[in-house]
Design a protein around this ligand. Structure first.
Ligand code: DAH
Length: 349
C-alpha cells in the first residue's frame, strides 16, 4: 500500500516538474516569474502541497521521495535562475538597442542664417575702398541743419534744399540727416589740415511718399579725399576701379555733368547695365545705363568750412546708395523689399 502511495507521489513530482518547466518557459516578465515561483515552489505552492503527503508514507520510503523532491526543487530553482538571467540579458540588449546611436544616420540640418543683403553689399564696398587706402568714418544720424545743409553750401532758403525732403525734430535746427555728406564736414574738422581718405557709411532719412523706388530710410556710402594736388583724374580713377571690382572687370562707365551745391564741378557716374550688358532692359529703363553715384570736386567753400585752405588743398567726394546697387545686381524690383523681411526675398539673395 505504502509503495503505491510512493509511486503516486513520485509521479506527482514528475508531473510537477513537467508542468513547472512548461509554465516557466511561458513566463517572460519578472512579475510572471515571481508568480511562477509562488505557485510551484512557494510556501503554499504545489511542491509543498505534495510534500505534505510525505507523512502518509512508511518511514523507509520517505528518503527516496525526499531525495527526488529535493532534486525537482533544485532543478526548478536552477531553471528559474537561468531564465531570470536570460531575461535580464535580453532586457539589457533591448535597452542597448533602443538607446544606441546610429552614426550612419544623416545629421539634422542646421537652419543657418545669413547676413542681410544690405550688410553684404556694404562689406563689399568697405573691402574695395579700404584696399585703396580709405578709412571708414562714422558720423551721426541726427544732425543739425547747419551740418546737413549750411556747411555743404546750402544756406537757409537755398533752392537745392528741395532735393532733400527732410524729417524735422521738435528741437529747432535738429533734423535726421538726409544724406551722409555732413559726415564730410565732421571728418574734415577732425583731421584738418591732414590729408584725408575716408568713406562714410550709414543710414539716411527722407520724408518720402514710399514707393517701389523710394524709402524713408536707406543707406548711403559717402567718400571723401582731401589733399594737395588731388584732381578730377583721381576721382575718375578711384571710381572706375571701384566699379570694376564691384560689378566685374571691364565695366563701361560714363560721367555726366550734374549739380550738387557741395561739389564743383559735379558729375553723375553711370555704368553699363549689369543685367542686360547695355542692351536695354526694364531695370535700366531701356537706356543701357545704370546711375551709380553722384560725385565731384569738393566745392572750395566746403573745404573752407572744413578747415582747409582751398588755395592749397583740393579734394573729391562721392555718394552712392548700396540698396540701389544691390537692387541692380540682384534684379530686385522694389526697394521696399529690403526692409519688409519677406523670407522669399531674403532666401533668394
Ligand atoms: N549727398 C548726395 C545725395 O544724397 C549724394 C552725393 C553727390 C554725395 C555728390 C557727394 C557728392 O559726396 O560729391 O544725393
Amino acid at each position: 500500500m505504502g509503495n503505491v502511495v510512493q509511486q503516486d507521489i513520485l509521479q506527482q513530482l514528475e508531473q510537477l516538474r513537467k508542468d513547472a518547466s512548461a509554465a516557466l518557459a511561458q513566463a517572460d516578465t519578472a512579475e510572471a516569474m515571481r508568480e511562477w515561483h509562488t505557485e510551484y515552489l512557494g510556501r503554499k505552492g504545489r511542491l509543498t502541497a505534495i510534500l505534505r503527503n510525505l507523512g502518509s508514507l512508511p518511514g523507509e520510503e520517505r528518503p527516496l521521495v525526499g531525495k527526488v523532491a529535493n532534486e525537482v526543487k533544485d532543478a526548478l530553482e536552477n531553471a528559474l535562475q537561468e531564465r531570470q538571467a536570460a531575461s535580464a540579458q535580453a532586457e539589457l540588449e533591448a535597452v542597448r538597442r533602443a538607446e544606441s546611436v546610429d552614426v550612419t544616420l544623416p545629421g539634422r540640418p542646421q537652419n543657418l542664417g545669413k547676413l542681410h543683403i544690405t550688410t553684404r553689399t556694404l562689406r563689399e564696398i568697405y573691402a574695395i575702398f579700404t584696399a585703396m587706402g580709405f578709412q571708414i568714418y562714422d558720423s551721426p544720424e541726427v544732425e543739425t541743419d547747419e551740418y546737413n545743409f549750411q556747411l555743404l553750401n546750402m544756406p537757409p532758403g537755398h533752392p537745392a534744399r528741395d532735393m532733400w525732403d527732410t524729417f524735422y525734430t521738435t528741437t529747432p535746427g535738429l533734423i535726421l540727416r538726409t544724406h551722409t555728406s555732413p559726415g564730410q564736414i565732421h571728418a574734415m574738422r577732425e583731421y584738418a589740415t591732414e590729408p584725408i581718405r575716408v568713406i562714410l557709411p550709414g543710414k539716411v532719412y527722407r520724408y518720402e511718399a514710399v514707393d517701389a523706388s523710394h524709402e524713408s530710410m536707406f543707406y548711403q556710402v559717402e567718400g571723401l579725399a582731401v589733399g594737395k594736388h588731388i584732381t578730377f583724374c583721381d576721382l575718375k580713377g578711384v571710381l572706375i576701379n571701384f566699379a570694376n571690382q564691384m560689378y566685374g572687370e571691364g565695366r563701361k562707365s560714363r560721367f555726366r555733368k550734374s549739380y550738387f551745391p557741395f561739389t564743383e564741378p559735379s558729375v553723375e557716374m553711370d555704368i553699363d547695365c549689369v543685367l542686360c550688358n547695355g542692351q536695354g532692359c526694364p531695370v535700366c529703363k531701356y537706356t543701357g545705363w545704370l546711375e551709380m553715384l553722384g560725385a565731384g570736386m569738393v566745392n572750395p567753400v566746403v573745404l573752407e568750412y572744413g578747415g582747409y585752405d582751398p588755395t592749397e588743398f583740393s579734394g573729391f567726394a562721392f555718394g552712392m546708395g548700396p540698396e540701389r546697387m544691390a537692387l541692380q545686381k540682384y534684379g530686385i524690383d522694389d526697394i521696399r523689399n529690403f526692409y519688409t523681411n519677406d523670407m522669399r526675398l531674403l532666401e533668394r539673395v
